[in-house]
Design a binder for this molecule. Sequence first.
Ligand SMILES: Cc1cc2nc3c(=O)[nH]c(=O)nc-3n(C[C@H](O)[C@H](O)[C@H](O)COP(=O)(O)OP(=O)(O)OC[C@H]3O[C@@H](n4cnc5c(N)ncnc54)[C@H](O)[C@@H]3O)c2cc1C
Length: 464
Amino acid sequence: MKYDAIVIGAGMSGLAAGIRMAMFGKKVCVLEKHTIAGGLNSYYQRRIKETKEIAQFDVGLHALTNFATKGERRKPLTKMLKQLRIGYDEFELCPQSYSLIDFPGKQLRFNNDFELLKNEVYEKFPSEIDSFNKLVEKINNYNELDLNATYISSREVLNSILHNSLLVEMLLAPLLIYGSAWEKDMDFNQFVIMFKSIYMEGFSRPKGGVRTIIDKLIARFKEEGGELKFRCGVEEILLKDNKAIGVRTTKGEELFAPRVFSSAGLPETMELAKKEVNAAVGKMTFMEAIALTERKPTKSEFDATIVFHNSLEQYHYEGAKDFFDSRSAVVCCPDNYEMDNRDGHGCFRVTFMANYEKFKALDRSAYLEKKEEAFEQAMGIVKKLAPQYEFRTVLKDIFTPTTVERYTWKKHGTVYGSPDKIRNGKTDVDGLYIIGTDQGFLGIVGAILSGISLGNLYGLMESE
Ligand SMILES: Cc1cc2nc3c(=O)[nH]c(=O)nc-3n(C[C@H](O)[C@H](O)[C@H](O)COP(=O)(O)OP(=O)(O)OC[C@H]3O[C@@H](n4cnc5c(N)ncnc54)[C@H](O)[C@@H]3O)c2cc1C
């Protein structure tokens, strides 16, 4: 079979790249190894034993970053929707109440109005407000989308502008855990992207969870005539004279195209192309404990949407030395997005940095025991943050780095990919492009924008 382009992976970037190319008349096929789409941000369901109800879960979704209100122009979210020809209302976005950076003795709140964070810095770190404003000015004038940019340490930039190390740690914490492939630090380009998308624009959640986004992307791709195959992994990327010519699938089919776009990850893709792998496998992976509770918390019991909790003055963002690192945690309460209906079960998601090798080495019963231990510690943090909220768990679910690996085929269950990003998407093989996480644009909005921009850049040229 011959196509204009083959896309590996029906995650956010793959579907978005597929839509853009199909929209311009290209014959595109998206191949997905899993049975459903979404990749690192997919969905599943579980039955609640007690009531026999079916509960829907998002795999990862805490927040859709880059919030913009309807009609706001020149914002990443509205640009993204425009490029995909999806109406703003179709995602049914519910904005966050507020989120909290919670360090010993100091807390900073932020929401979808940047003024709140500015005021919080002014109140909690009064001597730093001029330096903070300088940092904001630098961020506003920075071209974070330069595809030829090289790595700059964010810590070095922050330490050269701010004088209070606690403020540096507190500002870095949410941005690191929501998007750094590098341990301890992050590339300043990535910092600027994340600062704008999290602090300046903010969080929302589609009313129906991540499935709303995935279903919409699939529908748009099919409307434009794209072909989507599930349970159809790519086993090998076929090359001729160092040029991509197609793929061989796990079903043994050979499909041909002069361009192959891969969202499988950089090391993973080069392995599929049987080329030398010059990219490191990322160390940042996570585990998450999810509790479905009998009822949602009331506003007076717990009203934050997301808490970035850290029990030390320093934020240790690195692959956990032990199975998981409960010195810090992200606690997300999806019920605290602005929603009309507060009936039904409540939900808490607690994320810890974790260690892939340690989980991988466990036998089944030790693995289940370790998950249980993480769940207990996670719920201990929820109780500390919401002492008034007495809750009973009706269903729990815990995923680990090996779960991430099993369902996404990301080496070592890495979530933010390799620290070696290819910003222009070009590999050493002609016609083989990296999209999504390892192009350096991650998160839902980042990955979708990556697919759109590289689909536009390399996918709309005439095929030879
Ligand atoms: C636990 C967790 C929580 C997260 N929370 C958030 C959040 O709250 N907000 C947010 O914005 N982002 C969040 N993210 C990050 C976000 O999910 C990702 O950055 C984004 O979805 C990456 O999209 P992608 O297209 O680059 O890659 P992926 O989603 O990894 O897509 C790659 C696809 O390729 C498929 N694939 C792999 N190998 C092959 C092969 N050989 N053949 C065919 N198909 C293959 C995979 O199955 C997958 O579907 C979270 C991620 C995780 C894991």
